[in-house]
Design a protein around this ligand. Structure first.
Ligand SMILES: Nc1ncnc2c1ncn2[C@@H]1O[C@H](COP(=O)(O)OP(=O)(O)OP(=O)(O)O)[C@@H](O)[C@H]1O
Ligand SMILES: [Mg+2]
Length: 284
């Protein structure tokens, strides 16, 4: 079945924060899209506006410039059609796993029996059967984040937004979480917009990756990831994977050096930065 819902369109989006310290243009003129059922990642340096962009799609922030639409409808507020997973575990500590997952369904007025059925199906997909009655403080970081994903999916969104969800996890747990997320995504066929710092993670998970510039964030490049699916960690040592990693690492390195105020010195493989007076300084 080909997915038909969950088209995200970000059109000349810009966001300026106004605070006591003055105005900060966090994101400028970003246009990108996620097709129904597609897995798209945003990769970019710290502070380039990745969370800002995701929060605008979620409806927590209003664009200062441009528009954000899901299935043609302009986003004006948060809604059950978009699920969000944050980097920090944002579970209710006083509720059990089951109660956390069922919370959104309860708010929607869904009855207890149906709630339990829906929650159980998703908990099974995330390998959480047996932990339904645990409180969050008794779960590992990986499990908490699986509950976060299941909770975001419980209300049946068309779009799942994830903001560096595995950033706080150790490398091994991270790889397992990536596989779990891929399985869930392939089963549900919903659109995913995923924010990460991690190049390998972006390649492993995505159909396409957008690389952002340093603040104010713009789209620097769009890279298609044509690796066949299903992917397994073995595919991360193949020649095609390594070529993509090299391409993305080059884009990120270029951007980090620009952000540091230097210019990439030609032919120096990004190791030297040219200063304003023409002298070279070794940076990396
Ligand atoms: N509420 C705010 N008021 C003023 N400036 C803000 C606010 N929130 C974020 N910013 C600024 O906007 C820019 C983008 O922030 P954002 O959190 O979206 O970046 P990010 O790419 O998600 O960073 P990270 O990778 O560190 O999570 C940063 O320079 C940040 O300092
Ligand atoms: Mg962020």
């Amino acid at each position: 079945m080909i997915p038909t819902k969950g088209l995200i369109e970000i059109d000349h989006f810009g966001l300026e924060y106004i605070s006591d310290g003055g105005a900060t243009q966090a994101v400028a003129d970003v246009s990108l899209s996620v097709r129904p059922g597609e897995f798209v990642s945003i990769l970019g340096p710290s502070g380039c506006g990745k969370s800002t962009l995701l929060n605008a799609v979620a409806g927590f922030l209003k664009p200062t410039q441009g528009r954000v639409r899901v299935d043609g409808e302009e986003i004006r507020a948060p809604g059950a059609d978009r699920g969000m997973v944050f980097q920090q575990y944002s579970l209710f500590p006083w509720k059990t796993v089951r109660q956390n997952v069922e919370f959104g369904l309860k708010m929607k007025g869904i009855g207890a029996d149906q709630r339990e059925r829906m929650a159980r199906t998703l908990l099974a997909l995330a390998g959480l059967i047996g932990f339904e009655d645990h409180y969050p403080d008794r779960l590992s970081g990986g499990m908490k984040q699986r509950v976060g994903i299941v909770r975001a999916l419980a209300t049946g969104p068309k779009v799942l937004l994830l903001d560096e969800p595995f950033g706080a996890l150790d490398a091994q747990t991270r790889v397992i979480m990536q596989q779990i997320l891929t399985n869930i995504w392939q089963r549900l066929r919903i659109s995913v917009l995923f924010v990460t710092h991690d190049i390998d993670e972006a390649i492993f998970l995505s159909d396409r990756v957008y690389v952002m510039t340093a603040r104010p964030g713009r789209v620097k490049a769009e890279v298609a990831i044509p690796l066949p699916r299903p992917r397994d960690p073995e595919s991360m040592i193949g020649a095609e994977f390594l070529a993509l990693r090299r391409e993305l690492a080059g884009l990120i390195r270029e951007e980090s050096l620009h952000a540091m105020g230097g210019e990439l010195a030609g032919g120096m493989s990004g190791i030297d930065v040219m200063l304003g007076d023409g002298s070279l300084v070794e940076m990396l």
